[in-house]
Design a protein around this ligand. Structure first.
Ligand code: EPZ
Length: 418
């Protein structure tokens, strides 16, 4: 069980290239099963969640090769449409396979997905969308059985713009004769990235990012090469780290437009940000002012995946903040750990009331899920003395060597493998 040992107090200086987006790579890996040609994906980030998706593809019969930052997936020899619980429970994105397998085989048997424990993580919107398109869905013994022999095109109105449900339905419809429309679809940049990937495979799909996606089914898809977008959440995490520690950091390869909500909150309050094309420079004196009220919401609102990190920033900001978590019902597991470090935070339902303190104090704290663990690392970077962050495996799900990135900027952080 590895952990991080951090000695707080260093400012951050330097520049980083941001790796490819986890939440783009995962649905794109699922979508590879939709064609029988080789697909080459660049900048493969090898997060553990991506490794889990590759393991699922291999058990289905795909072949995978990695070389020099690329990954090639060949699903020609796919023979199975079943995903057992030991694999499915490792990642939320296993549920994306449902849509992809229906597109390929017109049937699927998938165990309930796993993923960070930040709420119940239901899949009712996925399944009601499939039923609307004529898929026969049965749930029993912890598995979802789908028969799409009678699946037809049509219009699906998502009751909530679920990212995963949008992606699943996109993948299930690209080989479906006729026109399928997804209304109230998620607008995240990763949805646009998936559309761009599917179009490169020969799909006829438009509207991603607008809330209404129109898919014209085609007979067959073909192989392609593709480079997924950079990870806006990793970039946002490092922007917040710089605002907390002080210093000057240049992040490269990330689309600043994808972080408009964070930039609007941070700029001239917690730091100074200059963003142009695919570069974001953050300059900070390490004395952030309080950000006031922050409400997480669907894109382009403030991302829930940056809530834990902005809460760590708020805990050392001058003044009080209120952070409302509107997307997931149990996403404050990092708060008791921050309080152990001296943070002054009160939680009531989905609201965190934060009073900024002079300083945090190093402690031994436990990571419970991906972004919460990242927030504890950020707190350790500014805390007085030493902080140990346990359960490093959580952060490895979505950051490739976070300690190397931060150390390259001057942080005193190392990983200790027990
Ligand atoms: C994706 O999860 C991301 N994961 C999450 O990132 C991200 O936080 C989330 O989208 C929101 O942006 C991946 O892409 C692998 P949702 P997903 O379906 O698809 C409810 C990270 O840290 N809901 O948009 O699971 C759900 O309970 C992870 O990188 C239903 O009620 O998110 C939640 O309250 C964490 N029924 C809300 O919608 C459903 O069928 C948003 O969920 C589906 C979702």
């Amino acid at each position: 069980m590895s952990k991080f040992l951090i000695h707080g107090g260093n400012k951050l200086f330097g520049e980083l290239n941001i790796t490819a987006a986890k939440n783009s790579y995962l649905p794109i890996l699922a979508a590879c099963v939709l064609c029988e040609d080789e697909i080459i994906l660049h900048n493969y980030p090898n997060y553990t969640d991506a490794q889990s998706m590759c393991e699922i593809l291999l058990t289905l019969g795909a072949s995978i090769k990695q070389s020099a930052g690329d990954i090639s997936v060949d699903a020609a020899s796919l023979f199975s449409w079943r995903i057992e619980s030991d694999l499915a429970c490792q990642v939320r994105s296993s549920i994306f396979m449902l849509g992809a397998l229906l597109g390929r085989f017109k049937k699927a048997r998938v165990a309930y997905p796993g993923g960070c424990e930040i709420g119940a993580r239901p899949i009712d919107i996925h399944l009601s969308g499939f039923k609307k398109l004529g898929v026969k869905v049965e749930e029993r013994h912890g598995y979802i059985f789908c028969n799409a022999e009678k699946m037809h095109s049509g219009t699906v109105l998502l009751e909530f713009p679920s990212v995963g449900a949008t992606e699943s339905l996109m993948m299930a419809s690209v080989l479906l004769p006729g026109e399928t429309r997804l209304l109230n679809a998620a607008k995240e940049p990763e949805i646009v990235d998936l559309q761009n990937f599917l179009v490169k495979m020969g799909a006829k799909i438009r509207g991603a990012g607008s809330g209404e996606i129109v898919i014209e089914g085609v007979k067959k898809l073909h192989g392609c090469e593709f480079t997924p977008i950079a990870d806006r959440i990793i970039a946002g995490t490092y922007m917040i780290a710089t605002a907390m520690c002080g210093g000057e950091v240049l992040l490269k390869g990330v689309n600043a437009e994808h972080l408009r909500a964070l930039i609007d909150k941070l700029d001239k309050t917690a730091c100074v940000i200059s963003a142009k094309n695919d570069k974001i420079k953050v300059t900070s004196d390490g004395k952030p002012n309080a950000l006031g009220k922050i409400e997480t919401s669907v894109y382009p609102g403030f991302p829930t995946d940056l809530q834990a990190q902005i809460l760590a920033l708020s805990s050392i900001s001058k003044g009080s903040s209120m952070i409302v978590e509107n997307v997931f019902e149990c996403r404050f597991k990092h708060v008791p750990e921050l309080i152990k470090m001296g943070a002054d935070i009160y939680i009531k339902d989905r609201v965190a009331f934060v009073r900024g303190v002079e300083k945090l104090y190093g402690a031994s704290v436990s990571g419970m899920e991906l972004r919460g663990t990242a927030s504890l690392i950020l707190a350790g970077l500014v805390a007085e003395g030493y902080t140990t962050v346990l359960n490093a495996k959580h952060v490895d799900r979505g950051y490739k060597n976070i300690e190397k990135d931060l150390a390259s900027l001057g942080a005193d952080i190392k990983r200790i493998d027990d």
